[in-house]
Design a binder for this molecule. Sequence first.
Ligand SMILES: *[C@@H]1O[C@H](CO)[C@@H](O)[C@H](O)[C@H]1NC(C)=O
Ligand SMILES: *[C@@H]1O[C@H](CO)[C@@H](O)[C@H](O)[C@H]1NC(C)=O
Length: 383
Amino acid sequence: MAGIPGLLFLLFFLLCAVGQVSPYSAPWKPTWPAYRLPVVLPQSTLNLAKPDFGAEAKLEVSSSCGPQCHKGTPLPTYEEAKQYLSYETLYANGSRTETQVGIYILSSSGDGAQHRDSGSSGKSRRKRQIYGYDSRFSIFGKDFLLNYPFSTSVKLSTGCTGTLVAEKHVLTAAHCIHDGKTYVKGTQKLRVGFLKPKFKDGGRGANDSTSAMPEQMKFQWIRVKRTHVPKGWIKGNANDIGMDYDYALLELKKPHKRKFMKIGVSPPAKQLPGGRIHFSGYDNDRPGNLVYRFCDVKDETYDLLYQQCDAQPGASGSGVYVRMWKRQQQKWERKIIGIFSGHQWVDMNGSPQDFNVAVRITPLKYAQICYWIKGNYLDCREG
Ligand SMILES: *[C@@H]1O[C@H](CO)[C@@H](O)[C@H](O)[C@H]1NC(C)=O
Ligand SMILES: *[C@@H]1O[C@H](CO)[C@@H](O)[C@H](O)[C@H]1NC(C)=O
């Protein structure tokens, strides 16, 4: 039962979407909606004990709570959302803080609320992350690997993928660094790997463009200075609700000097061009390769996108992106609207189906992640 604050908050959730522009003006172009965004601001920060970094890195989370199960879960109340969006920060020296946040709405108008339908969850589960013919593309050649958008995909030293979202920031999945209870082994010395060309023979004077060897790539690593993980993940402990908060932001010790991809609020699936999403990651069944794929979104909840993109562990943490028309700038722009989390086996009306799940960037998550990047809310007013 939602109390009055709960209802108000539901209203607010819906309000966040009213600023959308109609995609039906001719000639039709899938256009980035303009969202009215909330403000998420730190209120207080306290020091926590050093973590033990004891968890084994799991490249993947699985959950049996499928779309119906998630749709049956009520949206968080205002107080719950404040808890979930509060966050832990881990510094390179091992110290750790917890920051409580406040959520503010700078303007508002009225609209109706709606209820969510309930359902049951699937029980058994099975590993199958390739759907029929494997439709992933390995990206070869430095002309592609070193250029946008593929160049925004980076590898975490704990095994996952991340995406460059600002000069010094990498977006990834929370489970790549924290298992819900504690930090994953290796997180204290977390590094982010950038693919660079590897010159055979040290490259000394050898301008051998007809070399028999295809160009080799290797990773160059940059240390991470601090990480942010939302409390929604830590509290949820990778359970049904936790999956909604499976994202983390890493700040590098120095700028990476590459082009990055901005984050954006995830529009409803039916507004995505072709109903499709794209992502590139370092799937662990193809070591050393960056693997690109795209696929249709099959279902969605407020916090998750369900799709059947072929993916293997290692692709976790990849930024899920789409390219749409940016009306203000009169240009096409790719933005990250979600983070690839992992695999789910779901009972769909009695017939087993499996999905890969991406965490959507909601208006609240956008406000929180943007604040982590910019350090102020004024630069975070546009999704
Ligand atoms: C660790 O680093 C943070 C941020 O630089 C700093 O605030 C904190 O005092 C440091 N803690 C220790 C124990 O050195
Ligand atoms: C190698 O090629 C580059 C341009 O392709 C040229 O600038 C450079 O001088 C060449 N180096 C040698 C040693 O031939």
